[in-house]
Every structure is written in C-alpha cells, then in structure tokens.
Design a protein around this ligand. Structure first.
Ligand SMILES: [Fe+2]
Length: 310
C-alpha cells in the first residue's frame, strides 16, 4: 500500500534549560524558522521544506529531554481507526481536542511501554515553504534556507525498557516494518530496533535502556554531503559541542554528525542512506560488529553514544 497510517514524526517537544541559548542554537545557528512564541513562552520552529506550521517546540524547564513526540497520520479517519486498536493493545488513550496544542487538530495521546508520551494528529495548519504548489520553481525565497540548510525533521531515537513491546505496537498496530535491528551477539536480545513506515531507513528507533522515557536524539535531514560539510564548518565555527564528527552509520548507511544543544539534548544532521520498502528484509547487526554498525568509517565503538541520554 502507498504510505498511509502514520506518515512521519511531525513534532518533537524539547525541554531546554535556557531559552536564550536554545533560541540561538535552534534558530540562529541551525537555521530553523521560528513560527510562533506562545503565551506560555514555548517557541515553535519549522525547517525550510516542511509545509506544516512547526516540527520542533522548545520549552524552558529545569532538565533536558523531551515532553512528547507526535506522528502526523494520513487523515482524521486514521485517528478514529487507530484509537480502539491502541486501547486493545493495552494502552490508555487520552483524547486531546483540537486547539489545545497550537495550530493542531485533535490528538490521541498515550504512553508507550518504554515510558514515552506519544501523540497522533491528522491536522496542522499549513504555512508552506514560500514556493506555492503551482509552478513552484525549485528554490524558496531568498533567506529561507540558512544555517545548517536543514530540509526537514527526519526521525528520533528514544531509550527505555520493553523495546520488544514497542516493536509489537509499531508492527502490529501501526503496521511499520523493522528495517534494522542490533542484537547482543551472545544472548540475541535486541539492543536497538529501527522502524520504518515509509521509504526511509527509519522513522523512529528505540534503544534498550534500564530507565524509561529517555531521549537519545532527534535527526534532521540535509540534501547533500556538501551540506553536511557546510554544517560541520558551522558547528566548528560556533563551538557547538560535538558528540561524533562526520562519519557514516552502518545502520541506515547515513552520513552523519552528532552534536548537542546547549542543554545537552543530542541532535543529528544526516544525509544519504538507502531506500526502504515494506518487503525489505530486516537487516541484523550483532555486537561483534558494533563499531562498524555504528560508525562504518572508523569502526570505533563509542560507549558514551549508547549511555548519554536526556
Ligand atoms: Fe539518527
């Protein structure tokens, strides 16, 4: 079937500890486009080629991490269809009326077996990318593409216990496929599971962690390897803390850079990677080759990459 159901991660709500520094990071340096500051002081951003009102929300708090993430679904009927299926799976579903979250239609909210608050929505105000939809040309208005030249929010990686229960939910209820899996070479237990509901190598992934509701990273897509080098130059120029400099993942084959926002939330920019289809076999990596699975250009296992979460 063509892509229906859950379309993509459409919103990530970050907690940050200093709004001024966070706005400098996400707005001025990464180049996300600010679309709203609400009455509670939350700031909303979109990337240049996203058509909906926002994809990133930041809120000042005393600790980093995320409040929730939300998938956009194909239409309102999808929400109606999914609600009883999520409840039958065993999760309590809260209905959130339209407008409670700015610019958003009604939502379903539930807590995953890993402890994360996940929401689904079908409607968000469309603001476009300045190009329109009739003879749009190939570039937005001057100045819209800036900073890291981020095209769109792409995927998130979260940590928690019970990732196999999440696997059952994402495959049986949300009808995604497991594109890749990292297993312990001895016990065969899954250490990380990557889910795709699209042509992307993953839309969301979960990493086994003892503590629930942990955030590993949110990833933003760039158009080219040249843009990845440009982002790396800006990361260096602005002394943004780097977790892992330019490398290629074995998992997903993406060219990647990991860095931290001023509150310690991990961000990724990436480009390339392969096409996934629903008939693609699950790719399995085991911990005997964890270095190459993680960082295929130097094969070095970086323990902090698996243990530092917010
Ligand atoms: Fe990633």
């Amino acid at each position: 079937m063509a892509i229906r159901g859950l379309l993509r991660v459409g919103e990530v709500a970050f907690r940050v500890m200093d709004m001024k520094l966070a706005r400098q990071h996400y707005g001025e340096r990464m180049g996300l486009i600010e679309t709203l500051e609400d009455a509670d002081g939350r700031v909303y951003y979109k990337t240049w080629d996203e058509l909906d009102h926002h994809s990133v929300v930041i809120r000042e708090a005393d600790r980093p991490g995320i409040d929730h993430f939300a998938f956009k679904v194909y239409d309102d009927a999808t929400l109606t269809d999914l609600e009883p299926k999520i409840e039958a799976f065993g999760l309590k579903v809260e209905r959130i009326p339209a407008g409670v979250y700015p610019k958003s239609g009604r939502r379903l909210s539930f807590v995953l077996p890993t402890g994360h608050t996940m929401q689904l929505y079908a409607e968000m105000e469309r603001v476009g990318n300045t190009m329109g939809y009739h003879n749009p040309g190939v570039l937005p208005d001057e100045g819209v593409i800036r900073g890291f030249r981020i095209e769109r929010l792409d995927h998130i990686l979260l940590g928690g216990p019970n990732i196999e229960e999440n696997e059952r939910l994402f495959t049986e209820v949300f009808e995604m496929s497991v594109s890749e899996r990292i297993i312990d070479a001895d016990s065969k237990v899954s250490m990380a599971i990557f889910f795709s509901g699209s042509n992307k190598p993953h839309d969301i992934a979960f990493q086994a962690q003892p503590d629930g509701n942990r955030f590993h990273h949110a990833s933003f897509r760039l158009q080219s390897a040249a843009d990845l080098v440009h982002a790396a130059d800006l990361i260096g120029k602005y002394r943004i803390p780097v977790d892992v400099s330019s490398n290629r993942h074995g998992v997903t084959r993406g060219l990647t850079i990991y860095f931290f926002d001023p509150s310690g939330n991990r961000n990724e920019v990436f480009t390339e990677g392969y096409m996934h289809y629903p008939d693609s076999p699950t790719i399995v990596w085991d911990t005997n080759d964890l270095g190459h699975a993680s960082w295929s250009q130097d094969n070095v296992v970086r323990p902090s990459f698996f243990t530092v979460l917010t």
